[in-house]
Design a protein around this ligand. Sequence first.
Ligand code: HEM
Length: 535
Amino acid sequence: MSLFPDLAFFHLGLNAALLIVPMTLLVLAPFVLRRNLVSAAGNPLPPGPLFRYPVITKQPEYLFDRWAKAYGHLFSLWMGNKLFIVISDPQVARDLLVTQGAIFSGRSPSMKNTTILQGRGITASGYDDKWYLHRRLANYTLSPKAIDSYAHVLDYEASVFVHTLYSDGKQGTVAINPMRHAGRYAFNNMLTISAGTRSTSDPLYERTLDLAMDPEFMELTGPLSNATDFLPFLRWLPNGKLSRGEKLHDRIVEIYGAVYTAIKERIEKGEGVPECLVRTLIETEEIEKLDWKDTCLLAAAFTMGGVHSTSGILDWFLALIPLYPEVQARAQAELDRVIGRERWPNAIDEAQLPYIRAIIKEVERMHAPFWIPAPHCATEDYDYNGMFIPKDSVVVLNCFTLHHNETRYPDPYKINPHNLILPGRFKFNPDRYLGDDLTSEDSAKLLDANARDHWTFGAGRRICPGMAVAERELFLAVSRILWTFTVHEHPDEPIHLDAYRGNAARTPLAYRVRFEPRHDKVHTMLAEIGETIAA
Ligand code: HEM
């Protein structure tokens, strides 16, 4: 028997620890450390962080920006067992997503693509024949020519939106949160395109509105925020988030199924149904071999996809503009000079209002709703500039870094008027877009990727097909709001622009602003519009 039993135990414990710790590390290493792969040509993966991440929830754009600075324009990141390839440079984005679009246009399994949209609804379809068909329908419904057929609706809804800000804000006497109104504006436009109607007191369309405004979709579909996307075994364990995704899927199918049925019944009864996506789908479902779920999820993807994105930009615009009185005053001077005070701007005036257009582009750059737009997926192995991009890797744009490239956008970070309120990272400077007369759709087609306005609508074959509609909506709303009101920050309620809500599309935290009518004509015009709405 040892004279020092405690010490013997200590030695035994130490030996065991010396054995167990390295063994545990060895077993855990493949789950914790990055895996290095090499292509047939001997090229390594793009460089990237040493550790794997199970999930990144809080402002991943800052981490991506740091990694882009540390590892370069193309870096790789292991999220659990999924390899992400992150693009932070315009030319690389063009080379891969546009020039090699045949390889980089897939979608990867995820909560959004697999659980909620079940591989359908255009946005979640793989890069296959069904996607081509859906994309053709999207182009047909959202092309500039198609927009002409519902331009009057976009115009009317913009008037209703401005009127609501006026009446809800008690003609400029109280501060209000404009976000729900912006959401309803975008929603009514999308519902018209999808279902040929706007939200009314009909309970079905009220439910459609509630679904579109519910932040659940944007909370659940973040590209980095669902551990089940990266650690597949979690799918087999009880999982609250997964069941929320399943419930959301059921709710979408149930509500849009009812919209489909209502429209089909009206067509069968010979009632006039205006031209809209669901009508086109019903009329072509046999030829195109669409099933019922395809139709529901396509209508849902259109309606919901075009709401948070467009209204998000309006929310950011309305949060920003009171903080930059000199920008607001310059825009109003342009409106007074070009339009005058007897009427407000219409779509046709857009080309004559370059400063308003520049403001919209600058909001799109500075507050892109998606810092990481819908991930693409590589459908083949590909070697690029001595780096290996394996099949099935998830390929994403790092919009935050692209939009803060100091060569393309000089001074992207500097000063803001409220250093105490904002952390001083961003500079809102519409001047940088003066002289850029291209629409975002045309700008995306430029051969020189460095000259593109911004990357807010994604890139390549899956670039947002709703760009032209969104820009028309934004122009009508922004130009009319600035013609009608001066927007003021509430003196006791500072607006916080750094924090936001949503793991996919970002919207500002709730805020209130005051819409002060600019001149007497505002009251007469809005009174007339009020009568039209009531009629
Ligand atoms: C300012 C508003 C909008 C923004 C910022 C926006 C942004 C985006 C982005 C980043 C993508 C992913 C592109 C990619 O995969 O590379 C996308 C896809 C899509 N957007 Fe938009 N969008 C907006 C408005 C709209 C509107 C008004 C519609 C109309 C219905 C729409 C319909 C779609 C559809 C259907 C897709 C899927 C395309 C596909 O996978 O082929 N979006 N959008």
